[in-house]
Write a new protein. Structure first.
Length: 108
């Protein structure tokens, strides 16, 4: 499981909602086929006022900065979303249902 370290600027970046989403064809459908989460649900998670910014991924090491959030969609699904930020745009890598530890953190 990935490990994250809190990042204050990420909180501000998401709170300002001054971003758009960028998708590549593969990632746009990957989360739906693997986890039943479509791309609109993944984007909707960023509107949750109780969203938890996990921060920047520190393990496993990846080639570009990767971030994570835990948030609930307007349909009530609690998700973990992994993403990168490129030129001020959020590029979602994957979205899946939150696991038990992530649920505890969100509901804590």
């Amino acid at each position: 499981m990935a490990q994250f370290i809190f990042s204050e600027w990420l909180v501000k970046f998401i709170a300002e909602k001054n971003f758009q989403f960028e998708w590549d064809t593969g990632n746009r459908v990957k989360s739906f086929y693997k986890h039943g989460i479509d791309y609109l649900e993944a984007e909707d998670a960023f509107n949750d006022p109780a969203l938890i910014e996990l921060g920047i991924q520190i393990s496993p090491i990846v080639n570009e900065d990767r971030f994570g959030i835990i948030a609930q969609t307007n349909k009530g699904k609690l998700l973990f979303v992994a993403f990168t930020i490129r030129a001020g745009q959020i590029r979602i890598i994957s979205a899946r249902h939150a696991n038990s530890k992530e649920r505890e953190l969100y509901e804590g």
